[in-house]
Design a protein around this ligand. Structure first.
Ligand code: C5P
Length: 235
């Protein structure tokens, strides 16, 4: 799939418990999806086999492990992920400047994506863990810190995409979860956006999970989202 294909802007979250379910979802949607996201659930269950299944389908792998550890461990873990050839790997920006620097120095051709503030944390919870000043302030500060440590990719709510783009410029690669086609079930996501609006807000890669995974016809759901992305890109 080349970079002009709308599917190259879609990452399908393989939020499933085993390899069989992951392979089925990959097979059903592969034609419309360029990247598959392996998260903590699947990686804990089956490990590198999940990454291999994505690569065997000729797709890119987004390894969403949200690493957060001391610099030496970060560097070595990132090097292991890079040696598997994953296209994207997430790290927590709160791991701090030294850990993030070690991570970026060991990433090779894997693009690191910094997670600033989990979207599940509200101001009260941030205060409880010692991050005062509210989420907006924390996102800005952590994104800047990660940028200074060499990261150029970020996971962000589509609602913060335009502000982050304005702050960081064109070089930033912005990945947005919480995508919902108009009329679909929001689930536990609080701040959602349609695929077209997220592209319009400057998102480079859209993470989509349940709207495809839980559809009665996942291939059709993925094709629909790809069509919406294509229309938005044409505008
Ligand atoms: O099912 P849904 O489309 O909400 O899936 C979103 C995916 O993105 C899940 O794998 C979830 O873990 C991930 N994610 C998120 N919000 C973030 C970061 C990651 O929903 N802030």
């Amino acid at each position: 799939m080349d970079d002009n294909d709308p599917g190259s802007r879609i990452a399908l979250a393989l939020d499933v418990p085993d390899l069989e379910a992951a392979k089925k979802l990959i097979e059903e949607t592969r034609e419309h999806v360029g990247t598959f996201k392996v998260g903590l659930e699947l990686y804990t269950a089956v490990g590198p086999a999940a990454v291999e299944a994505v690569h065997a389908a000729g797709a890119k792998c987004f390894l969403d492990l949200k690493l957060h550890d001391i610099p030496a461990t970060m560097g070595r873990s990132v090097a292991q992920a890079a040696s598997m050839g994953v296209a994207y790997l997430t790290v927590h920006a709160v791991a701090g400047p030294s850990s993030l620097r070690q991570a970026s120095d060991n990433a090779g051709s894997t693009r690191l994506l910094g997670v600033t503030v989990l979207t599940s944390l509200d101001a009260a919870e941030l205060e409880a863990i010692g991050l005062s000043g509210g989420p907006r302030n924390a996102v800005d500060r952590l994104a800047r810190l990660a940028w200074d440590a060499g990261l150029r990719g970020f996971v962000t709510s589509a609602h913060e995409c335009a502000a982050l783009r304005a702050a960081l410029g064109e070089e930033a690669f912005l990945v947005t979860p919480g995508i919902r086609p108009a009329g679909s079930d929001v689930g536990d996501q609080k701040r959602v956006m349609t695929p077209a609006d997220a592209i319009g807000a400057g998102a480079d890669l859209l993470v989509v999970g349940r709207p495809i995974r839980d559809a009665s016809d996942p291939a059709e759901a993925a094709a629909n989202i790809a069509r919406q992305v294509q229309l938005a890109l044409a505008q």
